[in-house]
Write a protein that binds this ligand. Structure first.
Ligand SMILES: [Zn+2]
Length: 400
């Protein structure tokens, strides 16, 4: 069956990945894919179609959150209180809190507990028009718990119909039961990854390259081994210091290089030669009250695709709203409204290697949302409890 959607406006990236708004728009969808979009008056001849007119509302591609740690247990409100009394994020982690605190709670939780918590959490994304997202492991640091987290990610996809990219972040920090980072990274390569790959639970590999986690020297052979196992990587890079992570990721042709507040111009030049997406995470920058901004002008100068994401996690970015992140990326990092919208659509799709998602164009999946607003810029300009009117996953309406 073919459907024709008519709307007051439809906005998406065009064939050059520039933001474009069509007014009095129409979109033809067949078998879950977009066949045609344009102005209603130019619609090609067609027969036997269902016409769905959404009136004065507009249509946007399904949003994509390309960096989340959404599956976790526990609460770190106490750390917020500590930070407000002057203890830094790094100090808290060195005292056994931070990531280690969430690891302890997540190891303790059953798979059913984790699924219930995550299923409740993910409703915030769905209501804001998100149709694809990335979920990282990394709060287990042992085979059993890492597998539990990624299995929950799989179940979330089955239960909601959303497309979920599963990232293995075993190299988040070195757990205390290992004597050295090298010993732990060897355990991941020999024991954890083969099992997870066999269980089809890994789409890409991530690592935290930072003074409080792993060094670029430690990660270089590790990421090469992951590549040899057929996995593309992404990196938490240069968030708190310039650790050489961005350059390492670029040289590995990572899917994405995330954070990059401290990346230097040489690293950004290396990024230009790669096919990697720069993922900016203004939520963590805001929450940790950082003052070093990512090198946005250099990214623009080298035409490096910029995505933005929530980095949803219980410690440094407890934020469940991609619309709020768009606003933060504009106010804190000076992105334009169009850059923010491209950052959660077409560029976020590239960061997750989702070739048929992120825009509404012939051949792309009909993942989209209907919004009761006059202009997509409203979602960026106003921090609000946004909720889309309708959501479609490959042409099928989502039942809220
Ligand atoms: Zn993160």
């Amino acid at each position: 069956m073919t459907q024709i959607y008519k709307s007051a406006w439809l906005a998406t990236a065009d064939s050059n990945n520039l933001w474009k708004i069509y007014y009095n728009a129409a979109m033809i969808v067949k078998d879950g894919s977009v066949v045609w979009i344009g102005e209603d008056k130019n619609i090609p001849t067609h027969d036997n179609c269902e016409i769905i007119d959404v009136g004065q509302s507009g249509i946007l591609p399904g949003f994509i959150d390309c960096h989340t740690h959404l599956v976790f247990a526990g609460d770190r409100t106490d750390e917020f209180v500590k930070r407000q009394s002057g203890v830094s994020y790094s100090q808290i982690q060195k005292q056994g809190g931070g990531i280690f605190s969430t690891v302890a709670s997540t190891r303790e939780a059953t798979e059913q507990d984790l699924l219930a918590l995550s299923l409740q959490r993910i409703q915030s994304w769905i209501k804001q028009g998100v149709t694809s997202l990335e979920i990282k492991s990394g709060y287990g640091l042992d085979l059993e718990t890492e597998k539990k987290i990624l299995s929950v990610a799989n179940k979330l996809s089955d239960l909601t119909g959303l497309t979920i990219h599963k990232t293995f972040l075993g190299a988040h920090v070195c757990p205390k039961e290992f004597k050295s980072s090298k010993e732990y990274l060897d355990y991941i390569i020999k024991t954890v990854l083969p099992d997870l790959i066999d269980s089809k639970l890994v789409d890409s590999v991530d690592a935290f390259c930072e003074s409080i986690a792993f060094s670029a020297e430690e990660l270089k052979p590790f990421l090469q081994q992951c590549k040899d196992m057929g996995l593309r990587c992404r990196l938490h890079a240069d968030q708190l210091s310039d650790s050489g992570a961005c350059e390492l990721a670029a040289n590995m042709n990572a899917l994405s290089v995330d954070h990059i507040e401290y990346s230097n111009s040489k690293s950004i030049s290396a990024l230009k030669k790669s096919n990697s997406v720069a993922v900016l995470l203004p939520g963590a920058y805001y929450y940790l009250n950082e003052d070093k901004k990512p090198p946005i002008d250099l990214l623009r100068k080298h035409s490096i695709p910029i995505a933005i994401a929530t980095d949803c996690n219980p410690g440094s970015s407890p934020i469940y709203s991609l619309c709020t992140i768009m606003n933060m990326s504009c106010v804190l990092f000076n992105l334009s409204v169009e850059e923010a919208l491209l950052g959660i659509t077409v560029n976020a799709a590239k960061a997750l290697n989702l070739e048929k998602k992120g825009k509404l164009a012939p051949g792309f999946d009909a993942d989209f949302a209907v919004w009761d607003i006059d202009n997509p810029a409203s979602l960026v300009a106003n921090i609000n409890n946004w909720q889309c009117q309708q959501l479609y996953l490959r042409g099928k309406p989502y039942e809220f």
